[in-house]
Design a protein around this ligand. Structure first.
Ligand code: NAD
Length: 400
């Protein structure tokens, strides 16, 4: 079939296999331009490994440190006349590249919140690697089925306590207009914490510890975001921010549990970037468009791969992780530089539909969004007939 983007609001319902493969190849090339990180992780489990920060973590570990990787994700395969989701194609391309470089790579497509997937992953670690020395937790999900009770929790993106009104960008039309978001009600906060808080991260580490598949000195990291005050009502102080606070609480718990192994748990605060998860958050895409312009002009812009390479190289495996005073790793440091934030704030006050393209990098936002689904990559023939049914090598023989 000829595959073109079909955008519905903040999602694209198609993905291009060769475009996704090129996106993965471009990320591998970024990492390979830097020296191999000899002190880096050797056997890495990435939970949420198919897109965004998790995919880049897997690439940085494999191609930056020569690590064996296991990846867990929830994606849809292609059929003869229907494309797979982007994360499926990303993983197919990642595995092919890893195997070509003689790197172990095995993937699990299923619900990471379930006990069945945890059991299958642990069996694979025991059979193939013995133990892992790094666990990256990078899930972003709108819902979670609790593995013990079967209860389905839904995460919401809402302010807490009061209606939040601010500027919002329609990322399809380029129209900037005010949006008002009603505050959390009922058990919205508890539901969001149940999905995006730390309980499942802790369940993974508990299960890995109990099975004795964490190596001495193992590190685990989960990702968070803080951002500027203008987004705090919807992010840091909103329902998702409360879930991230829970993640930080979990990090301290996990530190204690990993201490006998001389291991360490971290929360890394990452930069705001265009991913499938972030494009669903109101207000944030306008902030990202303004931020991209400032950081690209300054020459400090990074994408997920540069962020994750820096996290491994300059923080987690540098010998000097440089935590902030709350013990978090900060690779949002360049984003939060006062000069960057002052310019973004000034432009935030001035931006409207008429000056969006002058003050913000809306074109860059849109092209980053399309790249997530494999569209707009150089060297890909989008007019060519393409087979959407692409296998992931390690899933051809085992799926939990
Ligand atoms: P993403 O949507 O690109 O990736 C989410 C991953 O989770 C995918 O691999 C997906 O397959 C997987 N997943 C979702 N539900 C699953 C399930 N039930 N079972 C197995 N896998 C499942 O998101 P992202 O933006 O890379 O977010 C990853 C983490 O990074 C999140 O914790 C997010 O809050 C954090 N973060 C994101 C940003 C940003 O700007 N994008 C900034 C800082 C921190």
């Amino acid at each position: 079939m000829i595959i073109s983007p079909k955008i519905r609001g903040f999602i694209c319902t198609t993905a291009h296999p060769e475009g996704c493969a090129q996106h993965v190849a471009d990320q591998i090339a970024v990492v390979q331009r830097r020296p191999l990180l000899a002190s880096g992780p050797k056997k890495v489990l990435v939970i949420g490994s198919s897109t965004g920060y998790g995919l880049s973590s897997r690439i940085a570990a494999a191609f930056g440190s020569g690590a064996a990787t296991l990846g867990v994700f929830f994606e849809r395969p292609g059929e003869a006349d229907r494309t797979a989701t982007a994360g499926w194609y990303n993983t197919a391309a990642f595995e092919k590249a890893a195997h070509a470089a003689n790197l172990y790579a095995r993937s699990f497509n299923g619900d990471a919140y379930s006990d069945a997937v945890k059991t299958a992953v642990i069996a694979a670690i025991k059979a193939d690697l013995g133990q892992v020395d790094c666990v990256v937790y990078s899930l972003a999900s709108p819902r979670r089925t609790h593995p013990k009770t079967g209860e389905v929790f839904k995460s919401v993106l809402k302010p807490v306590g009061a209606v939040y009104t601010n500027k919002n960008l329609n990322t399809t039309t380029g129209v900037v207009s005010d949006i008002s978001i009603e505050p959390a009600q009922g058990d919205d906060i508890a539901q969001t914490i149940a999905v995006m808080g730390g309980e499942d991260w802790e369940s993974w580490i508990d299960a890995l510890l109990e099975a004795d598949v964490l190596a001495p000195g193992a590190q685990t990291v989960a990702y968070s975001y803080i951002g500027p005050e203008v987004t705090w009502p919807i992010y840091k102080n909103g329902t998702i921010g409360l879930a991230k606070e829970d993640l930080e609480r979990t990090q301290r718990q996990l530190d204690g549990k990993l201490a006998p192994l001389h291991g360490k748990a971290w929360v890394s605060v990452n930069k705001a970037l265009v991913t499938q998860a972030s494009s669903a958050i109101p207000v944030v895409p306008l902030y990202i468009s303004l931020l991209y312009k400032v950081m690209k002009d300054q020459g400090t812009h990074e994408d997920c791969i540069e962020q994750m390479d820096r996290l491994f190289r300059d923080r987690l495996y540098s010998g000097t992780p440089q935590p902030d005073d709350l013990g978090r790793l900060r690779v949002d440091d360049w984003e939060m530089t006062p000069s960057v934030q002052a310019l973004v704030a000034q432009r935030w006050a001035a931006v409207d539909t008429s000056n969006l393209n002058d003050l913000a990098d809306f074109t860059g936002y849109q092209s980053s969004f399309l790249r997530l689904f494999g569209f707009g990559l150089a060297g890909v023939d989008y007019a060519a007939e393409t087979n959407p049914d692409v296998p992931i090598p390690s899933l051809a023989h085992d799926t939990p």
